[in-house]
Write a protein that binds this ligand. Structure first.
Ligand code: FES
Length: 125
């Protein structure tokens, strides 16, 4: 089973999931702060992550995912929509984009409020 490591300025979490699991689902299992405004149906770009390791092991990008990524912020060659990228056999390491982290906080105001109180949000650049 592949391991997925999620890194952001706020978290560094790893979980192990079955091959074929979308990265977004792994994020939910790990407790990683990945936004997902459309619920994982490729209708937004808030689940945008950078795949730092294991990119070639993921499922192929569909035309629909590429079209959606065109609307994302700061797209790189390692960009994937985590709801569309399914794990292969290899371990994967992803960095949660600023766009996705901001979306997660919008979707989880209680988490944002707690981080604000701790002085951890917004993230200092
Ligand atoms: S959650 Fe909307 S495209 Fe992935």
């Amino acid at each position: 089973m592949p391991k997925v490591r999620f890194i952001s300025p706020l978290q560094d979490l790893t979980c192990e999931v079955a091959k074929g699991t979308p990265i977004l689902e792994a994020a939910e299992i790990a407790g990683a702060q990945v936004g997902h405004s459309c619920g994982g149906v490729c209708a937004c770009s808030t689940c945008h992550v950078y795949v730092r390791q294991g990119l070639s092991s993921l499922s192929e990008q569909s035309d629909q995912e590429m079209d959606r990524l065109d609307q994302a912020f700061d797209v790189k060659p390692t960009s994937r929509l985590s709801c569309q990228a399914e794990l292969g056999d290899a371990d994967v390491e992803v960095f949660i984009t600023e766009e996705s982290l901001n979306a997660f906080m919008d979707e989880n105001p209680d988490v944002r409020k707690a981080l604000l109180a701790e002085g951890k949000w917004p993230v200092k650049k």
